[in-house]
Design a protein around this ligand. Structure first.
Ligand code: SF4
Length: 363
């Protein structure tokens, strides 16, 4: 970056002018209630605006106050969150609502320092809440901001390195319009989301066309720089859909793993997808269906779901029983099949439940 500190004012001016003509009308814009701002920011973490919007409306409708959210059951919160992914956000949202309601007398914290202490709130979300709700001078730094700043100023320091994080945070702080921090933060986020997009940024009508280092040096596609490439771990889920008449066995995922507190089916995780013979030979199968007559009826084709660090490959094996086993381990819940829609499932199971008529094959 060659710009001197004193030369940085072009950025703030250009950005705020751009924002005047390009402000996207969104339901949380101009909102001053810190509860709704917090809700929208948690929903929008790692989520596109179009995807998050209906969830924001739904949560606001079900829980118009933070106390209503605090007093909801965990299953209700998870069911409303279903399909949005990154479920730890929903658990933290619920825990923080309880904390604010019962430990802070229902009053949302008013300082950046106190907001940052809330569970599930990192520096980005804290800066967004502090600036939008209270006008406090804290700059947001998220993927949009990394992209815009790295391109305009030609910064090649990797954004996922400690020096990179420090450098971008310092620059963001220097650039911030301190007296109108909320508007400035909203502007840079919108600019990154709609103008300086990851692919095909709209450079022809960009206010930084003459200043942008990436444009001048043909480095748009290589900025921002990331040092680590994520290698996804592959996991193979062999699900057993154990049915007896109208009853099916569900399982609540209580372990510290993906999809915590969502529901799935009895699961055999292995290093590959297992055949019927391999399933039957597992200790799990034997332990669950010991001395019970069973029949494999259907098997789905593999379903795949990509998570940030993992790739899940799942196959659903339907097994029919005449009678349920005498003793069912407590982690499995017999449920009437017509009640299945009441439970919150991971996406891959929703896909299977919705599409299974198309995919089921006989063994
Ligand atoms: S000129 Fe293009 S790359 Fe540079 S800030 Fe504008 S939109 Fe982004």
């Amino acid at each position: 970056m060659n710009e001197k500190t004193t030369d940085l004012s072009f950025f703030k001016k250009g950005l705020l002018k751009w924002f005047k003509n390009n402000d996207r009308p969104l339901p949380w814009k101009g909102e001053k209630n810190p509860y709704y701002i917090w809700l929208s920011e948690i929903i929008l973490q790692q989520t596109r605006v179009e995807q998050g919007l209906p969830y924001f409306e739904k949560f606001k409708r079900h829980f118009p106050t933070i106390k209503k959210l605090a007093d909801a059951s965990e299953d209700t919160v998870m069911k409303l969150w279903e399909g949005l992914g990154y479920y730890s956000r929903a658990r933290n949202l619920h825990a923080t609502a309880k904390f604010i309601t019962y430990n802070l007398d229902g009053i949302f914290p008013t300082t950046h320092e106190e907001i940052l202490k809330l569970k599930g709130v990192g520096p980005y979300t804290a800066a967004a809440i502090a600036s939008f709700a209270y006008g406090l001078p804290y700059a947001v730094v998220d993927g949009n901001v990394y992209r815009v700043l790295s391109r305009v100023f030609g910064i090649e320091t990797p954004i996922d390195s400690t020096p990179g994080k420090k450098q971008f945070a310092q620059l963001a702080d220097q650039l911030l319009a301190k007296r109108t921090a909320g508007v400035y933060n909203q502007a840079i986020m919108d600019f990154g989301a709609t103008q300086c997009t990851p692919a095909n940024p709209n450079c022809t009508i960009c206010p930084f066309q003459k200043k942008c280092v990436a444009l001048a040096s043909d480095r748009i596609s290589s900025l921002p720089v990331k040092s680590k490439k994520l290698k996804k771990r592959e996991r193979y889920f062999n699900y057993l859909l154990i049915k007896c008449g109208d009853t099916i066995l569900l399982h609540k995922r209580t372990e510290k793993d993906i999809w915590q507190n969502l529901y799935d089916f009895p699961l055999i995780e292995a290093t590959t997808l297992l055949s019927k013979e391999e399933l039957v030979a597992t200790d799990f199968f034997e332990g669950l269906l010991e001395n019970t007559a069973y029949e494999f009826t259907k098997r789905s084709k593999p379903f795949k779901q990509l998570l940030t660090h993992q790739k899940i490959i799942a196959v659903f094996n339907e097994i029919s029983l005449k009678k349920l086993p005498k003793s069912i381990p407590s982690l499995f819940i017999p449920v009437n099949q017509k009640n299945i829609p009441k439970f919150a499932f991971p996406k891959i199971i929703d896909w299977y439940l919705k599409d299974k008529s198309l995919y089921l094959e006989l063994f």
